[in-house]
Design a protein around this ligand. Sequence first.
Ligand SMILES: Cc1cc2nc3c(=O)[nH]c(=O)nc-3n(C[C@H](O)[C@H](O)[C@H](O)COP(=O)(O)OP(=O)(O)OC[C@H]3O[C@@H](n4cnc5c(N)ncnc54)[C@H](O)[C@@H]3O)c2cc1C
Length: 392
Amino acid sequence: MATDQFQSPDYYLLDELLTEEHKLVREATRDWVKKEVSPIIEEYAQKATFPRHIVKGLAEVGAFGPYIPQEYGGAGLDQISYGLMMQEIERGDSGVRSTCSVQSSLVMYPIFAYGSEEQRKKYLPKLASGEMLGSFGLTEPDFGSNPSGMVTNFKDMGDHYLLNGAKLWISNSPYCDVAVVWAKNEEGRIHGLIVERGMEGFSTPETHNKWSLRASATGELVFDNVKVPKDNLLPNKSGLGAPLGCLDSARYGIAWGAIGAAMDCYDTALRYSKERIQFGKPIASFQLQQKKLAEMITEITKAQLLTWRLGVLKNEGRATTAQISMAKRNNVAMALDVAREARQMLGGMGITGEYPIMRHMMNLESVVTYEGTHDIHLLITGMDITGISAFK
Ligand SMILES: Cc1cc2nc3c(=O)[nH]c(=O)nc-3n(C[C@H](O)[C@H](O)[C@H](O)COP(=O)(O)OP(=O)(O)OC[C@H]3O[C@@H](n4cnc5c(N)ncnc54)[C@H](O)[C@@H]3O)c2cc1C
């Protein structure tokens, strides 16, 4: 892969809306990505291998639980800092950002927000330091967009719960030490359970042959009469709203992350177009190539503004699920469009691992599907503005 020469586009001078702390966090994360992710990521993606060795570094840069209070090992930062970190990490690779989103928003967040004080103290510092890696089990083979239908269930056996079922498409599963698993009790109510690797009957087979998010490990969580201690049930929230609350936090991070992938594609295409000569001129001098670049920077700038405002609302505790859906949907689709156009601008070179564009493009095909598909987010906006659900 060519050297990482990334220059961040800031067409509307949005840096002026950021605090010194935001900029410090962003620069530290960007430097870390340039040093630790860019040089190795193409090789790991080509091999379809999770770069386990960078987990420690992700923890050190504060990417695990950026907004979790420091007393539990988090960085105690605000939501805009969290977003900027996800942007920078996804600028490196969506798979690496996925690892951070799962660890922070889908594992640490539910333990922090719905867990007991003992659970917080037991798990959060280890998750923040990267000593433990987590996964989040909601999706099942027959229940993806409609998780309320889940069949994974647990029975009260007196001194423990007995967990049965299976989860599919689970990020980090093959490497996870703990999993936050959503399952129904005997009354059909959804609860979160913390399942630990090593519990008898718990296995995590890997899903192979993905063309997307190849540097992120994906797999199943299988529960065959797993005895889960009663202390491992998240006591403070139940029902579908509990996992959906985690998804709000992760989708918010994805909205920022997708901008990072788009910025990398745009920046690569801009530089290439000024260097590549055809018909005796840089291809950047042709109107059709300028149109592509101008549209890319326009869409990136709109997404940056949308996301910054969402960050302000999130800091104030006012961001709604529907607002987060809109930003996730818009920014991921925007990033996919930018990646596709940028790929074309590099001609044949665009399909090689010499440049990051094709990898971003393939990664974004997962990002547009997970954490609520593009169409489901549209239905969420539709329901929000009409008051009518078009899901069923
Ligand atoms: C790489 C990867 C990593 C993932 N990581 C995790 C993870 O860590 N944890 C986890 O729990 N899950 C994870 N997922 C699962 C992901 O969230 C689901 O794939 C997603 O929710 C869609 O579910 P599905 O794949 O079953 O598709 P389906 O729900 O079967 O949808 C198929 C198509 O039908 C459309 N559709 C469905 N219902 C409607 C409707 N009512 N109206 C209109 N269209 C509809 C969808 O938009 C989609 O286009 C991951 C997925 C991938 C690909």
